[in-house]
Design a protein around this ligand. Structure first.
Ligand SMILES: [Zn+2]
Length: 359
């Protein structure tokens, strides 16, 4: 099935029941799975009134398709125990936004959602955050292994609102003209918290192209070690980093640790390695992948979301990582991946709004 926005409109349109059927097909390709016990046999509960249940102040038809488990006898729907549980937003709208999120190259903004399905800014923001929850892949995936590039960057903070002393010192280019920040030197000459900027550590597998990023409080050895150990299969990983000494804290536990000296413009180093079989192979050490990842990340945040509050940065990173890691999949396969991850990730409005500002 190829699911574009046009296809969705044709197939589902405004029909909520058709939306339920489509989500059931995506989530349960081999038939309904009980949300309570995982059993794979269930009976469809036909509404007593063939026209559907009538509920709500306006007597609207309820189109919630309900199943009854053959084993535990409990009832469930395709929304039970998912990010959609208890939602008052139409499922047709959810699907529309999901198709858009999975096909947009840089993600979509709350404003676009407002315009497209005619909801309030709060609802649009809430929908995007719930979908980001489904895109948080880390906990459902095996740790990274093989060759992994690690690098950090600084994100956020509005330069013009800050005191001069908080700004990272610009690096002059050798020639005349505007000041240029050299990659690798970037803001990193003096590592540590930079005003109200957030520090992001990214790990990128050179084999699968999968990326995982998280906000870290600092770049000390202890912090880096913890963040890396939680996401990487240490004994089976060779880590490529720049020469920041913080990474040395983790080096002993890894299969290998190679460094590239950014400050001397050494982005790629080729080593000749003689293997056990006597064959000489080229071992390319590069952090270009990380540089490329960060430039895309910054473009996405600046271009689509304009400003991401500190509290919500991790969720934007989750979305970006999902998009980056699935960049070689078709839009439909990416949507399928998102649907596969909607289970058991209920997120209430409360914990999100407790932080105040709308990110
Ligand atoms: Zn059951």
């Amino acid at each position: 099935m190829k699911l574009t926005l046009a296809e969705l409109r044709k197939r589902v349109g405004d029909d909520e029941e058709a939306a339920y059927e489509l989500l059931e097909e995506l989530r349960w390709p081999t038939g309904p799975i009980c949300s309570h016990c995982g059993h794979d046999k269930a009976y469809f509960l036909t509404p007593k009134d063939p026209a559907g249940r009538v509920s709500g102040p306006h007597g609207k038809r309820s189109v919630r398709r309900v199943w009854k488990c053959a084993k535990c006898r409990k009832q469930f729907s395709v929304l039970t125990d998912t990010i959609f549980q208890g939602t008052k937003i139409k499922l047709t709208d959810w699907l529309t936004v999901m198709v858009l999120v999975s096909s947009a190259k840089n993600g979509i903004s709350g404003r676009e959602v407002e315009r497209l399905i005619g909801v309030t800014p709060e609802t649009a923001w809430f929908m995007l955050h719930r979908l980001r929850e489904a895109m948080r892949r880390e906990s459902v995936l095996a740790p990274l292994s093989g060759v992994v590039v690690a690098d950090e960057t600084y994100i956020g903070g509005v330069e013009r609102n800050k005191h001069k002393g908080d700004r990272p010192a610009p690096v002059s280019s050798s020639g005349a003209g505007p000041v240029r920040v050299i990659p690798g030197q970037r803001e990193k000459q003096n590592r540590g918290p930079k005003g109200n900027k957030s520090i992001v550590l990214s790990l990128i597998s050179t084999e699968t192209g999968e990326a995982r990023s998280r906000v870290v409080p600092d770049v000390t050895g202890a912090t880096l070690r913890k963040a890396i150990a939680e996401q990487v299969d240490m004994p089976n990983t060779t880590l490529h980093t720049d020469e920041w000494k913080g990474y040395n804290a983790v080096a002993q536990e890894l299969a290998g640790h190679k460094t590239v000296n950014h400050s001397e413009d050494e982005y790629v180093r080729v080593e000749k390695v003689r293997g056990e079989d006597g064959q000489v192979s080229r071992n390319v050490i590069t952090s270009n992948q990380a540089e490329n990842y960060f430039s895309q990340l910054k473009r996405s945040i600046d271009g689509t979301h304009h400003h991401v509050s500190k509290e919500h940065l991790q969720r934007y990173l989750d979305e970006f990582d999902f998009r980056y890691s699935t960049r070689k999949l078709s839009d439909t396969a990416r949507l399928q991946r998102m649907v596969d991850q909607v289970d058991g990730r209920r997120l209430t409005y409360r914990p999100l709004t407790d932080h105040g500002s709308v990110g």
